[in-house]
Design a protein around this ligand. Structure first.
Ligand code: SAM
Length: 297
């Protein structure tokens, strides 16, 4: 396997600034361009991904290739997506010799990822790694979680608050739709917290590396996952509402408020409880009971 050509370390702020200046490129704040300049954090991301020479990796947001190079040196193949075409001449230089890297220019939320992974990885399960642009963290995560794509794990650098939401449990202030979606599909773990100084330019917030290991089965039995997420969304869409009122607003066919009352009672859930107090198991219970009600018509 060809290793990337040895170059000056991209974790050096001087090297990053020199590269950007030489190619006449400025940091685009709107694209979340905060580049990693901390070797320790880089190592932690690579370690969390548990890469070996058989692994194929999809990287989100290549930037100037800091993480891409490390991925290329640890895995069999890397497909890296980057939206900003201005960075490609820099990437040509920094990824020189990295023969196992394929760069794709485009928006990760608009590209046909299914087609992309089929084309480059065949049916092989892949790992997602990315120091994510913070303005699209949640949509990117939701897209992968709900995609049905054969990813094995995701290692993502996200805003610390988002990492806390991903791992939050019922009854805490961070608990919400994202916690449930992440925990339904994966086992999330905060691997490390990083201060803003690990980036150039430093963002206004702290960050965290999160490892999401895909579950082979959800932690709860759900008859109809679409209905389950509909219920969860309704409960958190209107956080101030009681669970009874949130469910009523769903206007499920043939299920009036009286029957909803019965559904909650069968699940031993007080109608006055709020979305943030219900566990994933309780959401599953509600959805499964509603499924039965719908079948009754
Ligand atoms: N991986 C590099 C690193 O660790 O230094 C860059 C990380 S930087 C936080 C995020 C990168 O994602 C930027 O290079 C940015 O241009 C890119 N990006 C922003 N929005 C994107 C999108 N919708 N699709 C793909 N890449 C995007």
């Amino acid at each position: 396997m060809m290793m990337c050509k040895d170059i000056q370390p991209l974790t050096s702020p001087r090297v990053v600034k020199e590269l950007m200046a030489r190619y006449g490129v400025s940091f685009k704040k709107g694209l979340g361009q905060n580049f990693l300049i901390d070797r320790n954090i880089l190592v932690k991301i690579i370690k969390a991904a548990e890469l070996d020479r058989e692994d194929v990796v999809l990287e989100i947001g290549a930037g100037i290739g800091t993480l891409t190079r490390e991925l290329a040196n640890a895995a069999k193949q890397v497909v890296a997506i980057e939206i900003d075409s201005r960075l490609f001449p820099i990437l040509d230089e920094t990824l020189s010799g990295c023969s196992n890297v394929k760069l794709i220019q485009g928006d990760v939320l608009k590209l046909d990822i299914k087609q992309l992974v089929r084309q480059y990885f065949g049916g092989q399960p892949f790992k997602v790694v990315g120091n994510l642009p913070y303005y699209i963290t949640t949509p990117v995560l939701m897209m992968f979680l709900e995609s049905g794509l054969p990813y094995e794990s995701m290692v993502v650098m996200v805003q610390k608050e988002v990492a806390q939401r991903m791992t939050a449990v019922a009854g805490t202030k961070d608990y919400g739709m994202l916690s449930i979606a992440v925990q339904y599909y994966t086992c999330p773990e905060i691997v490390a917290v990083a201060s803003a100084n690990v980036f150039i330019p430093p963002p206004k917030v702290d960050s965290a590396i999160v490892l999401l290991k895909r579950r082979s089965n959800p932690p709860v039995h759900v008859q109809d996952s679409e209905l389950f997420f509909k219920v969860v969304r309704a409960a958190f869409g209107q956080r101030r509402k009681t669970i009874l009122n949130a469910l009523t607003a769903l206007e499920l066919e043939g299920v009036d408020k009286g029957r909803l009352y019965d559904v909650l009672s069968k699940c031993s859930i007080a109608p006055k409880m709020r979305g943030e107090d219900l566990t994933i198991q309780q959401y599953a219970d509600i959805a499964n009971e509603l499924c039965l009600e719908e079948q009754k018509g």
